[in-house]
Design a protein around this ligand. Structure first.
Ligand SMILES: Cc1cc2nc3c(=O)[nH]c(=O)nc-3n(C[C@H](O)[C@H](O)[C@H](O)COP(=O)(O)OP(=O)(O)OC[C@H]3O[C@@H](n4cnc5c(N)ncnc54)[C@H](O)[C@@H]3O)c2cc1C
Length: 414
């Protein structure tokens, strides 16, 4: 028997583990290196929110959610589409279901049973794990260099390498974006990492943040430009976060970068028309305070009332001075000025990364033959809804197949 070809997968998140499975199943000797003491930490965290694995919408619509959506990313998703991901999950003993929003979750609504079964399968096909190995780059002989926690170094020179080092959000889980400098030095084009699906700092008073920080705003709609997103948001000490804000975070971040700020409008009663709302507010009794009237007639909870006051105050207006029609207009479209994206460390995901121009059709770095890239470290972004994990899994498979082709001596098509 000829000796097995060896592949190093660096990064044990969804992308790296998927690459490892594909490679080991094809008969390669695979070692997964990770800097942390265990793999899949961000995957486990995603499981705390129910583990939204993918989305059930038609593939043609699905692939439009990515921006940028380079043909290589789209091809990878077409080659490993949502229904295959669901079948894979099912084969690991974790059936999935489609939620009311079209999002797909494992029935267990968490990641731990899936990860446990997956790691068992990976070990059964011979995948080895080298944990607490931080990848630090290549030495002059072209070997991979890893640093152990005690400062000692370990080198490896496999037949191919898959890098799946993740983005830079939640760095304590392992992905800190430290690779950007390393790859930049190696001449690889890397688009600067930025927060995606993130909260924003808002132009409001410290008193308001202190008073209402942590309060949820349920059943609202947020509009920026031509896009309106219904959902929920959360008031933070210094701004806003939550699903409805995350969904707009790409355009908001870009607008702030180009003009310095971005104003969204928040509809605090999206199910009620402005005229109906004005009529209800006009029924306010003389003895009723404004807060009582807003609570009783407009059915606004106290944090939403305070938000309305804050929004009006920023425009130099007192809510108490507004006639019902204007008050209704404000409830339907309270302007909120956002000043900056929250820190990348607190974001759900990361935009930017290794440019698709830096890789060929096999997901191999043009600057480093034999080195493949997968997952969130590539330059794409997408909203929450399962698109992040789907792209991570699919590019993990694409990079592994690229490595298999490379080792088997097949020519690249680009
Ligand atoms: C709170 C939260 C909830 C989320 N929920 C969802 C969800 O429900 N649905 C969804 O689609 N997405 C979700 N995501 C996003 C999703 O988890 C990520 O997009 C996905 O994990 C990216 O996979 P990856 O393999 O590319 O990177 P990661 O999962 O980040 O894995 C990268 C791995 O590389 C290792 N590594 C990094 N640098 C080095 C180094 N120098 N040397 C060695 N190892 C290194 C890290 O330790 C890590 O194990 C969520 C994210 C967060 C933060």
């Amino acid at each position: 028997m000829p000796a097995k070809h060896r592949v190093a997968v660096i990064g044990g998140g969804p992308a790296g583990l998927m690459a490892a499975e594909e490679l080991a199943s094809a008969g390669f000797a695979v070692t997964v290196y990770d800097r942390m003491a265990s793999v899949g930490r961000k995957f486990l965290l995603a499981g705390r929110g129910g583990l939204n694995l993918t989305h059930s919408e038609p593939l043609e619509a699905f692939v439009t959610r990515y921006r940028p959506a380079p043909p290589r990313l789209v091809a990878a998703i077409r080659a490993f589409p949502p229904e295959q991901l669901r079948a894979w999950c099912e084969a690991l003993g974790q059936p999935t279901f489609v939620g009311s929003s079209g999002r797909v979750f494992p029935k267990a609504m968490k990641a731990s049973p899936l990860l446990r079964a997956w790691l068992r399968r990976l070990r059964s096909v011979g995948v080895a794990f080298a944990l607490r190995h931080r990848f630090a780059g290549w030495d002059d002989a072209g070997s991979l260099v890893f640093v152990r926690p005690d400062g000692t170094t370990v080198t490896d020179k496999p037949d191919a390498t898959v890098l799946a080092l993740g983005g830079a959000s939640w760095p304590r889980l392992g992905s800190d974006g430290g690779w950007t400098e390393m790859l930049g030095r190696a001449g690889v084009a890397v688009v600067p990492l930025q927060p995606a699906n993130c909260g924003f700092r808002a132009d409001w008073s410290a008193e308001f943040g202190a008073r209402r920080g942590g309060a949820p705003l349920k059943r609202i709609a947020v509009t920026f430009g031509a896009r309106t997103v219904r959902g929920e948001a959360v008031i933070t000490q210094d701004g806003l976060e939550g699903g409805a804000i995350y969904a707009l975070s790409g355009p908001l971040r870009d607008a702030i970068a180009s003009v310095g700020d971005a104003t969204v409008t928040m509809d605090l009663r999206p199910d009620l028309g402005e005229v109906e709302l004005a009529g209800r507010l006009a029924g306010r009794r003389k003895k009723e305070t404004l807060s009582t009237a807003l609570r009783k007639h407009a059915k606004l909870p106290p944090p939403a009332i305070d938000l309305l006051r804050e929004s009006a105050a920023r425009a130099g207006v007192r809510v108490a001075d507004l006639p019902p029609a204007q008050l209704a207009r404000l409830i339907k479209a309270a302007p909120l000025r956002l000043l900056a994206a929250s820190s990348i460390g607190r974001a759900i995901s990361t935009a930017g990364g290794v440019s698709f121009d830096a890789i060929d059709d096999r997901f191999m770095l043009r600057q480093r033959p034999g080195v493949f890239v997968a997952g969130e470290m590539l330059d794409w972004e997408a909203p929450t809804g399962g698109y992040l994990l789907q792209a991570s899994f699919a590019t993990g498979i694409a990079a592994a197949r690229g490595a298999i082709d490379f080792i088997r001596g097949r020519a690249s098509v680009s």
